[in-house]
Unconditional design. Sequence first.
Length: 255
Amino acid sequence: MATTEQIPTSSVRGPGRLAEIARVTGRARYYAVDGERLPSVTSILSSVWPKPALYGWYAKRGRESLAEYLAPRVGETLTAEMLAEAVAEAKMRPQAEADEAADLGSQAHDLISRELTNEPVPVPATLKMVMGAFRAWQREERLVLVDAEVAVYHQGDPRSQPYAGTIDALFRRADGSLLLVDWKTSNGTYQDHLVQAQGYREALAWLMAEPDVRIDAQVVRLGKSEPTFEVTDVPDLSQAWGAALAFYAAYKEQR
């Protein structure tokens, strides 16, 4: 069942921009803006951006799950029923682990957002390393928080696909520039992560009342097994994001 919640938009929005928009989460996530259904940045990329590392991981974990299921039965006569059960395990295990990782990431985002806004929350054991990594990153930075977990949207170009999304955090640096940060708890930083941040950056730029302010973006990967972090600066990927929007628009027309 889909759930709908009102999400405030970034506080740096310009005149005439909406103060909040509806986020609808179900089989796919989208945003309702002025009666228009806008796809999320992540939904766009999930539809059109290849993820070879993810496909490889699914295949690897499927093979490993098959072996793990059959290992205790080595020496027994392999039956059709045993083989069918092993194949079912190989199909289900990777998705179950992916869902578990996604849930951990969602919990981490929520905890970080609360900590940034000075809301004390207990940290479960499963997230102690992630939060330790976040705090280590925070100690190295000299930033002023502007927003945490706010929506951005883009309706500015009638030739392009409008879209929306939720940014993890926005900070202001001492020189007045803005830094958009996207937290990740994945095992690596991948190209689609950077393109995702580019989509948020362009939406924020359209939404803003300060068109001359520089917006930098970073993907910050937080360790799950030890409190370390990895920062990746997002270069100008406007062409890549524009291509993703164009492919998505073509994809929609063909459906």
